[in-house]
Design a binder for this molecule. Structure first.
Ligand SMILES: [Zn+2]
Length: 369
């Protein structure tokens, strides 16, 4: 009997020590996580943005790395659904939204944050049903399943959704695209969301941030950098002021969605504008980290778009001579920048799925086994 008790004691001691080894130090566990994704943003896009702006907010980062975006055995060149799923869930997909290879749902940073009582939000400059935001909120086999993505967004536990795409949520009878007659915005309002669809209403809400907000500013995608109001910077400031008041911290994803589109269009001038708009929003996030040092801020890209290169330019005139090798994506590595709690974990060259894996570990407070 005595040796039995002794064995039990040793077993409990071993388990305690083992779990202690797996636990992350408090200094590696961020209370808040801000993930910013420049869609299609390679090193040339950043250089072009710097030439245009003179100096970038991105230059404040001390921890940087490079991400591999290939899909081994399947594709050399990736796309946004896979790139975003790697960051949101640590899984490798091509066209799949936050799913394992067998199609089952992969746990996302948003779901782990929600289970821990944290606020969660997504801000984009495209439709909220597009690939990158979807990878943080939904689980479907293909990024093309935007009606299903809208349904999953409507029943998700998100607190803030800000972008375009109300057409995917409303029936044709209310000016939307849905043929199933569902009014998902009505359902979300019944569930406690405040729905806002124009700039004026956004400005009125700004003074009194509140939980559960659905801002959808366009029927589908939001306008380009020179036409969209509020700017990505203003939307970011609103979200951070709302979440700053939360009890348990938050996870927020912010995407500069149209850097990718400008590169698909081989429109170098538009890349400058989209990069400047995105970098302004990065500046707001950096200011937040300075005020709230228990935050981790990551800025990354999902893949490179355009095979963009700067063949010439003028620092004095703030112009570049941009050339493209493709109207699609490329397999070049893309940069990642990190600041705040746990930032040093993101340096080096590694597969993009490691970003999601590291974020999940940090949010759970445990190292992966
Ligand atoms: Zn693209």
């Amino acid at each position: 009997m005595k040796s039995c008790i002794k064995n039990l004691f040793l077993a409990v001691l071993f388990l305690l020590l083992y779990s202690e080894l797996l636990a992350l130090e408090p200094s590696e566990r961020p209370r808040n996580v801000i993930v910013m994704i420049g869609d299609g943003m390679g090193v040339a896009h950043i250089t072009a943005g710097r030439t245009f702006k003179g100096k970038l907010e991105l230059e404040n980062f001390k921890h940087m790395g490079l991400l591999l975006t290939h899909i081994p055995g399947e594709k050399y060149v990736g796309e946004s659904a896979g790139g975003a799923s790697a960051i949101s869930c640590g899984v490798k997909t091509y066209y799949g939204i936050a799913v394992h290879p067998d199609g089952t749902a992969a746990e996302s940073v948003m779901e782990v944050a929600q289970a821990a009582g944290k606020g969660t939000g997504v801000i984009v400059t495209c439709s909220i049903t597009d690939a990158t935001p979807a990878a943080f909120v939904a689980h479907v086999k293909s990024r093309k399943m935007e009606f299903e993505i809208a349904e999953q967004i409507a029943t998700s536990k998100m607190d803030l959704l800000l972008g375009g795409g109300w057409g995917w949520f409303l029936p044709e009878s209310k000016g939307g695209r849905r043929k199933d007659g569902k009014d998902l915005i009505g359902e979300m309002e019944s569930g406690g969301f405040t729905f806002v669809k124009d700039e004026e209403a956004f400005r009125q809400l700004k003074a009194q941030p509140q939980r559960k907000i659905l801002f959808l500013f366009a029927e589908n995608h939001v306008g380009n950098a020179q036409s969209r109001r509020p700017s990505l910077k203003e939307k970011t400031a609103f979200a951070l002021s709302m979440f700053e008041k939360g009890k348990n911290g938050f996870v927020l994803m912010i995407e500069g969605s149209q850097i990718d589109w400008a590169a698909h269009d081989n429109n170098s001038d538009q890349i400058l504008l989209e990069m400047a708009d995105f970098d302004d929003a990065v500046g707001v996030a950096i200011d937040f980290v300075k005020r709230n040092p228990e935050t981790l801020l990551i800025v990354a890209a999902d893949h490179e778009t355009g095979g963009y290169a700067l063949n010439d330019g003028s620092l004095e005139n703030k112009t570049v001579v941009g050339k493209f090798t493709t109207a699609g994506h490329t397999g070049s590595m893309v940069p990642i920048f990190a600041m705040g709690v746990g930032a040093d974990a993101f340096t080096g060259i590694y597969d993009n799925t490691m970003v999601g894996k590291k974020l999940l570990e940090m949010l759970k407070g445990k190292r992966g086994k």
